[in-house]
Design a protein around this ligand. Structure first.
Ligand SMILES: NC(=O)C1=CN([C@@H]2O[C@H](COP(=O)(O)OP(=O)(O)OC[C@H]3O[C@@H](n4cnc5c(N)ncnc54)[C@H](O)[C@@H]3O)[C@@H](O)[C@H]2O)[C@@H](O)CC1
Ligand SMILES: Nc1ncnc2c1ncn2[C@@H]1O[C@H](COP(=O)(O)OP(=O)(O)O)[C@@H](O)[C@H]1O
Length: 268
């Protein structure tokens, strides 16, 4: 199983979460593959586009972007498969996951997202709360800070990243994905998954937005949130390894069909 240091710390390998991957059967319809709702960035529309497209590409049956202001801009620029709702329209009843933060989020959407503990949520970047306790935590929430965001919002990391991630997961009662060359996925119950795959090609604009969308897309399909975060982080690293130099964030989305095959294949 890839257990390291102690019995609650695991290396991020597909055999840890493969059996939890979504496995739609041949009679599934799109609503059975889950519905991801993405709160749009007011200005950095590219981040929203990448996150929403990644959620769709990793298998969510439907994706809707809730526009912050100008829905028409999103209608003109999103892939045609992705739906757009104008500001003020309610979150669709059939939503199975909410995602907000890539590229920023408007204040009213942030309030809505932080209150909606009834649905699984992926909370990234501009949507991260300044106090973990604000979340009314449920372990169906995933927070995805990079180290700068983590320290600004939750305090100094110090010399023990693992402890910092676990303590914040506990305080927030949420999964914490502390991103970086080594990404940590911490569960409030003390389990920790370590993705130790440094790769400078991932240090480029938008890769975090793509990762947030990938996590949300797996959760949309009903995958356990802790394993969804770990699987998305692994597939993100694996896509980067295959693409190599010259990687831009959108390439990761294009690589997903092949990476998904490897992730699901026990002989890989
Ligand atoms: N095309 C787009 O729409 C893009 C949108 N992006 C999104 O736009 C939002 C704002 O981006 P910004 O670049 O302003 O915000 P960041 O939070 O990435 O950067 C803000 C500050 O944090 C520091 N920082 C960044 N990464 C760090 C790390 N790993 N450890 C420590 N400190 C770090 C930087 O020095 C910077 O001064 C984010 O949600 C980001 O994901 C970016 O991904 C760039 C592309
Ligand atoms: N040197 C690196 N090695 C491995 N992964 C990295 C490295 N630098 C960045 N990453 C990954 O790339 C992503 C960057 O996310 P983030 O900092 O939020 O960027 P952005 O805001 O541009 O989307 C994270 O998943 C992080 O783990």
């Amino acid at each position: 199983m890839g257990v390291s240091d102690d019995c609650s710390t695991f290396q991020n390998l597909p055999n840890l979460w493969r059996t939890s991957l979504p496995n739609p059967d041949s009679s599934s319809h799109k609503y059975q593959r889950g519905y991801c709702v993405v709160f749009a960035a007011p200005a950095l529309t590219g981040a929203t586009r990448m996150a929403a497209t990644a959620a769709l590409r990793i298998g969510a049956g439907l994706v809707t972007v809730q526009a912050a202001q100008r829905g028409d801009i999103y209608r003109m620029t999103l892939p045609p498969e992705i739906m757009v709702q104008d500001d003020g329209e309610p979150v669709p009843d059939k939503a199975t996951v909410l995602l907000g933060g890539p590229g920023g989020i408007s204040p009213h959407h942030k309030r809505d997202l932080l209150r909606r503990s009834d649905l699984p949520r992926v909370i990234d970047s501009g949507a991260l709360p300044d106090r973990p306790a604000l979340l009314n935590g449920t372990v169906k929430t995933v927070l995805t800070p990079h180290e700068g965001e983590f320290e600004t919002l939750f305090g100094p990391i110090g010399d023990d990243r693992r402890q910092a991630a676990l303590q914040t997961a506990q305080r927030a009662q949420s999964i914490v994905v502390l991103k970086g060359p080594v990404t940590l996925i911490a569960h409030p119950d003390g389990r920790l998954i370590v993705n130790d795959r440094p790769d400078a090609n991932l240090a480029t604009a938008g890769t975090g937005d793509v990762l947030a969308g990938m996590i949300a897309g797996l959760i949309a399909q009903g995958m356990d949130v802790f394993y969804a975060a770990a699987a998305a982080v692994w597939m993100h690293s694996e896509a980067a390894r295959r693409i190599g130099h010259g990687l831009i964030a959108s390439d990761i989305i294009k690589a997903l069909p092949n990476v998904l095959k490897t992730a699901a294949d026990p002989d890989s």
